[in-house]
Structures are given as structure tokens and as C-alpha cells.
Design a protein around this ligand. Structure first.
Ligand code: CP3
Length: 350
């Protein structure tokens, strides 16, 4: 059960499309390489090993909450953790990302995937429980990778600019495609469920690479599987956020997949995004992450425009349009959090 203070937090209030005391702010990739205290605890510990150690997960998840006073914590893990947990041979290579030893391109490959059981990721539930105790009234956001984005890593074998093999398989072998995405949807849904049942207050489904698809392909090949993931945890009653990059033309279809909040990158202003998504969902975003490298007044002017456009939405969670870049100065993020918290939206200014 959530305490009254937690459910009244600005973040959960905005997700419910009610008016919070201030616009809540957190950052995708707030826990990570831009923080010296992160680099210090990760020294000599490979990424996937860190993701399996509750003591490190708790410490790294707490670091940005302590430093910035953000309105939500995001669980330290990675979208490929549940795949590793069911035995997929993969690694996260520094500077590259996930690399899969034996890419999946056939029915035999798909049949090697199995469903995720909570017993496969006990370190996740352990870390979530410890975190919710430490965080008190600050919500914890759990997450999973969406089926398309996970499929891209599994099929390509690593990061890809054009997702060529992924789309080729999608077009050439639709039955195999839907088998693979259906399996990944069950895995992602189970991973979200573990986090919510252990105490996460909200979840985000990352479909980072969905913007590579046309609206009609997205609807035919991807949306039903993302909807299945979100549906898998609908009964648990926590807000669900659905995010991708370059998804301007997909925002309506992504909203229809069922989440309460749609994440928007920096390419579409939030008032325009709200037109595309409709009045039944809140929005999250969407400052260009490179503005953290601009002079402070340029950054805060741009943040003010995001906040004014966000005020047109039925609910607004401030974030960047994608993750914090590793070279970002943490002090610039501190200044941004303070600016968002102090901001008086245009509509209430005299
Ligand atoms: O947001 C947070 O702070 C929480 C933790 C988090 C990580 N990855 C930690 C991480 C989250 C939410 C993710 C999600 C993730 N992982 C996504 C979706 C979000 C997005 O950025 O679009 C994707 C596509 C991945 C796959 C992945 N893992 C990539 C592309 C990389 C970067 C590779 C690199 O080194 O440039 C990773 C590694 C990773 N995941 C790091 C962190 C902190 C860096 C690893 C390190 O510190 O050694």
C-alpha cells in the first residue's frame, strides 16, 4: 500500500492529470556516467554485474535523488537485464551498448527464449523493496524495454542505425515476427510486474527505436505487442509511461497502446503533442538534452518554453527528450531542477 504522502507526490499527481504543487521533474539516465559518484561505485564492476547487485542498484538509484532533489527515482538496471536473466548470451559493452552473441533470426532462435519468472530476478525485487523504504514519499519508476526495441537488439546483434535486419524479418516472416514480439511482450510484462509488486510506484516502457517505423507498420507489427505489455500490468493500478525517440508521427498510436503518460522527444512541442495524443493522457518531456551544454539563460529559456507548452497538456512531467548525455555537467542539471521547481507557468502569471 502506498502512504498518503507518496500518492500526493507531484509526480503521481501529474500522472493522474491532477494539478501538482509544482511541475515534477526527473531525467531519463539520471543515474549514470554523468555523475562522478556513479563512476566511483562502478569502478571495476561490469554493467551487468552492477545490475545484479542489490547494494549497488540501491546506491546508484539514490545518487541523483540525493544530488538533484528530482521528483522521482528511476530504477538502476537495463532493458536487456530480463533477457540476460533467461539465459540469452549478451553483454553491455561500454561506449557501444548491448551486444548479443548469437543474434536471433530464425524459429530455432525464437524457441530458445523462455518466459521470465520472478525467481530469475530476485535481485530486482530485493533492490526495489529496499529502495521504496529509503525513498519514502519519492516515487520509484520501474521500467522495461518494449518488444520492438528488444527485438532490434536481438536480431541485429547490437545497436543499429537503420534496423535493416529487424525490418527485413518483420516484412519477410510476419508469423515468426509476431511469435518473437509476443514472447518479448510476456518477458517485458513479467519484468514490470516484478518491479510493481515489489513496490515501484510507476513504470516506463521504453520503445526507444520505434521512431524508425512508419505509422502503418507501427500499428500492424508493433503496437499490439506494446499494448500487451501495458495490459499485463493494467490491474496493478500504477501509472504507465510509454516513450520512444523520433515518434512524432506515432504519438497518437503510442497513446492508444494504453499508457496513462506518453513520453515525447524534443522534436514536437508538448502542446502539439497533446493535440496528437488527446486529452486522456498526460505527457512527459521534452527538453533537448544538448541544451544542458548551452549557457544557463539559453537553457532556462528553452525550459520555460517546454513548461508553457506542457501547461496545455492535461498533465505534465518535465524530463529531457531523451537520456542525459554522459558528458553533461551535473551542476547544469541541478540548475534545471531548481528552475523547473520555481517556475510559475504563463497561465498563472499576472
Ligand atoms: O535512466 C536511468 O538512469 C536508469 C537506468 C537505465 C539504463 N539503461 C542504465 C544504463 C535505463 C532506464 C536504461 C534503458 C535503456 N538501455 C534503453 C532505453 C532508454 C534509451 O536510452 O533510449 C536502451 C536503448 C538501453 C540499451 C543500452 N544500455 C544502451 C544504448 C547503453 C549505452 C551504451 C554506452 O555505453 O554508450 C546501455 C548501457 C547503460 N545502461 C549504461 C547505463 C548507466 C552505461 C553503462 C556504463 O555506465 O558502463
Amino acid at each position: 500500500m502506498s502512504s498518503p504522502a507518496l500518492s500526493d507526490s507531484p509526480f503521481l499527481t501529474a500522472c493522474r492529470r491532477e494539478r501538482p504543487a509544482h511541475v515534477p521533474v526527473w531525467f531519463m539516465r539520471q543515474a549514470g556516467r554523468s555523475l562522478p559518484e556513479y563512476r566511483a561505485v562502478r569502478e571495476g564492476v561490469p554493467m551487468l554485474e552492477a545490475c545484479a547487485r542489490p547494494d549497488l542498484i540501491v546506491e546508484i538509484t539514490m545518487q541523483p535523488v540525493r544530488r538533484y532533489g528530482v521528483d522521482a527515482a528511476v530504477f538502476f538496471s537495463d532493458i536487456v537485464v530480463p533477457l540476460k536473466a533467461i539465459g540469452v548470451d549478451l553483454d553491455i559493452v561500454p561506449g557501444t551498448g548491448p551486444v548479443v552473441a548469437n543474434p536471433i533470426r530464425s524459429a530455432a532462435g525464437v524457441s530458445q527464449l523462455r518466459d521470465l519468472s520472478p525467481d530469475d530476478v530476485t535481485y530486482v525485487s530485493e533492490a526495489v523493496s529496499a529502495l521504496t523504504g529509503e525513498l519514502g514519499a519519492t516515487p520509484l519508476i520501474g521500467f522495461a524495454g518494449a518488444p520492438f526495441t528488444l527485438a532490434s537488439y536481438l536480431i541485429e546483434g547490437g545497436p543499429s542505425r537503420d534496423h535493416r535486419r529487424t525490418k527485413a524479418l518483420m516484412y519477410a516472416e510476419p508469423k515468426l515476427w509476431h511469435d518473437l514480439l509476443g514472447t518479448l511482450a510476456r518477458i517485458a510484462g513479467a519484468f514490470l510486474r516484478v518491479q510493481i509488486e515489489a513496490g515501484a510506484s510507476a513504470v516506463q516502457l521504453f520503445d526507444s527505436w520505434a521512431g524508425a517505423l512508419s505509422p502503418s507498420d507501427y500499428r500492424a507489427y508493433v503496437q499490439p505487442h506494446s499494448a500487451a505489455v501495458l495490459g499485463e500490468v493494467a490491474d496493478l493500478g500504477v501509472p504507465r509511461i510509454h516513450f520512444g525517440v523520433g515518434t512524432g508521427e506515432l504519438l497518437g498510436a503510442m497513446g492508444e497502446a494504453g499508457a496513462e503518460v506518453v513520453g515525447v522527444d524534443w522534436r514536437v512541442p508538448l502542446d502539439e503533442a497533446t493535440q496528437r495524443i488527446g486529452p486522456r493522457r498526460a505527457v512527459q518531456g521534452n527538453l533537448d538534452p544538448t541544451l544542458l551544454f548551452a549557457p544557463t539563460d539559453v537553457m532556462t529559456d528553452a525550459a520555460a518554453r517546454v513548461l508553457d507548452a506542457g501547461a496545455a497538456a492535461p498533465g505534465h512531467v518535465f524530463n529531457l527528450g531523451h537520456g542525459v548525455l554522459p558528458e553533461t555537467d551535473p551542476d547544469a542539471l541541478s540548475r534545471l531542477v531548481d528552475f523547473v521547481h520555481a517556475y510559475d507557468p504563463a497561465e498563472t502569471r499576472a
